[in-house]
Design a protein around this ligand. Structure first.
Ligand code: ADP
Ligand code: MG
Length: 571
């Protein structure tokens, strides 16, 4: 009983497939990179399982990926001896998209192919990219450790359904056969495939092999000797098969760094920046950290998949090892390869390991330094970074007290300097611009930029020429609650308490004011009486120059926005 069944793709897969086939026509060749990348992941997983169960490697210990082609049959095959898939795995992995943010991604699609093809690039294409060049795809796979008759064959033409049945498979791992579309036959060609492997997959740490081209031997007269048709084909590695991060920085080209990023991040676009370091001494490890150029769809979610790929002595241990960076650096991708950890480390161990703690603080500094350097030397690039990831960096001051000053230096704000909504001003620039007599960094928080910049609380500060930070992102109030000062200047919420902005501090002025206050007293008392349910006190103020009145929160009271948040939460 082979239990053949026909199943439908999840709706999202159908949409994605349709979109991919219609929008990636100018970048078809990436299917090979995606499939080799999956095979490499599968081999990594097997190698990890084999650490505790060496039998898994048994009859087939030489890990490799093979790319084969057959011009007549119009096929390309990607074959690996990695972990393989069970029937359930195949149904789940090759029929649904588990990725978070899929729904919001699909909502963003416009129907405009050009725009959508960029979006899909951001989203990542993975296995389904096979259907860009193939009108039918067969996946034969056997899970490591499963019996030869427990393998499965998955077949689909990419239009909405797939079939799955049990088969016999002699070898462990996955063999994917692409039946090329008539117009894509150019890919079934030795030179073309070798070029693509070198271009996209050179960094893959195991051999990506192709059949050796055998030239017939010559006899004494210079005529070709007959070739033995029954001889098993010989394979040779086409890539350099050395884990990229183990190479010296000067041996790796920019292109190679970029391709490696796409492999580890499952992102489709070039990274913005990277930092590759080998650390020796008490702890020994290599890290290769990347800053993506675009934020993923679920960046706002503190639980999104995040973290580095962890290797221990070149052996892959786990994806998304989140213990190596703080949550506000969840956008960073890359690899850390440690010589000190045990091959048996688990997530739980990582959470409580002092070596991991030291690595985390060093890697955190590494990222902060990379960003600080970028902000100084490449301000435009840094601005692009801020526009994508600024809101996560804003979690930094609360997350990572120890690096508060460095993080504060990275922040960018919208201010009353130009009243523009774009966050482009640093605190350092703000301080440079401070006029004589200003000793605080003023800020206002409101629910949107317009409310902030039009607030009556700003009148007196504008009049005095004091710049004010205009905050309106939801995270801002939370961030400001952890920032007390920057470069010796304290922060002051302009809606809170007394501002100490007396126009004129001479004796006469003081006296005039007292007299005025005396005159106002009956009115103020009456107002306080009328409003007593709503306010603590009614006072005269220097804050306003044209508005008649404003609400002020006590120095030690909760900010207005925080109150609103709590009220919404039913507090
Ligand atoms: P991603 O690689 O980002 O997870 P893909 O669409 O490329 O997404 O692959 C989907 C899933 O299918 C993989 O996560 C993996 O579980 C499974 N898969 C794909 N190719 C292979 C393979 N060669 N061997 C084992 N599993 C595979
Ligand atoms: Mg993949």
């Amino acid at each position: 009983d082979t239990q053949k069944e026909t199943l439908g793709f999840q709706t999202e897969v159908k949409q994605l497939l349709h979109l991919m086939i219609h929008s990636l026509y100018s970048n078809k060749e990436i299917f090979l990179r995606e499939l080799i990348s999956n095979s490499s992941d599968a081999v990594d997983k097997l190698r990890f399982e084999a650490v505790s169960n060496a039998d898994l490697l048994a009859q087939d210990p030489n890990l490799r990926i093979r790319v084969e082609f057959d011009k007549e049959a119009k096929t390309i095959v990607i074959d690996d001896n990695g972990i393989g898939m069970t029937r359930e795995d195949a149904i789940a992995n090759l029929g649904t998209i588990a990725k978070s943010g899929t729904a919001s991604f699909l909502e963003k699609l416009s129907g405009d192919e050009k725009k959508d093809s960029q979006l899909i690039g951001q989203f990542g294409v993975g296995f389904y990219s096979a259907f860009i060049v193939a009108d039918s795809v067969a996946v034969e796979t056997r899970y490591a450790g499963a019996a030869t008759n427990e393998a499965v064959r998955w077949v689909s033409d990419g239009s909405g359904e797939f079939t799955i049945e049990n088969i016999e498979k002699e070898t462990r791992g996955t063999r994917i056969t692409l039946h090329l579309k008539a117009e894509e036959l150019e890919f079934a060609e030795n030179h073309r495939l070798r070029t693509l492997i070198t271009k996209y997959s050179d960094h893959i740490s195991i051999p990506v092999e192709m059949e050796k081209v055998v030239y017939p031997e010559m006899d004494e007269e210079g005529n070709p000797k007959p070739v033995d048709e029954n001889k098993a084909p010989e394979f040779e590695a086409v890539n350099s098969a050395k884990a990229l991060w183990t190479r010296g920085r000067n041996d790796v080209t920019e292109e190679e760094y970029k391709e490696f990023y796409k492999h580890v991040s499952h992102d489709f676009q070039d990274p913005l920046k990277w930092s590759h370091n080998k650390v020796e001494g008490k702890l020994e490890y290599t890290s290769l950290l990347y800053i993506p150029s675009k934020a993923p769809y679920d960046l706002w979610n503190r639980d999104m998949q995040r973290g580095l790929k962890l290797y221990v002595q070149r052996v892959f241990i786990m994806d998304e090892a989140e213990a190596f960076l703080p949550p506000y650096m969840r956008f960073v991708k890359g690899v850390v390869d440690s010589n000190d950890l045990s091959l048996n480390v688990s997530r739980e161990i990582l959470q409580n390991d002092s070596a991991v703690d030291s690595m985390r603080s060093a890697l955190t500094k590494r990222v902060l330094d990379m960003l600080t350097k970028m902000s100084k030397n490449e301000p435009e690039q840094y601005q692009a970074f801020w526009d994508e990831f600024g809101n996560v960096i804003k979690e930094g001051p609360a997350d990572d007290m120890g690096n508060k000053d460095k993080i504060a230096g990275l922040l960018r704000f919208s201010t009353t300097k130009d009243d523009a909504p774009e966050q482009t001003h640093s605190l350092a620039n703000y301080i440079e611009r401070m006029p004589e007599g200003q000793d605080k960094i003023y800020y206002i928080y409101a629910e949107n930029h317009n409310t902030a910049k039009n607030s009556p609380h700003l009148e007196i500060l504008r009049k005095k020429g004091f710049e004010v930070l205009l905050l309106s992102d939801r995270i801002d109030e939370w961030m400001m609650s952890s920032l007390q000062e920057f470069d010796g200047k304290s922060f002051q919420d302009v809606t809170k308490g007394k501002l100490d902005l007396e126009e004129d501090s001479s004796e006469e002025a003081k006296k005039a004011k007292e007299e005025q206050a005396e005159k106002m007293k009956p009115l103020l008392d009456r107002m306080t009486e009328v409003l007593k349910e709503k306010v603590t006190a009614v006072k005269t103020t220097d804050r306003l120059t044209s508005s008649p009145a404003c609400l002020v929160v006590g120095e030690y009271d909760m900010g207005l926005q925080m109150r609103r948040l709590l009220e919404q939460a039913g507090q």
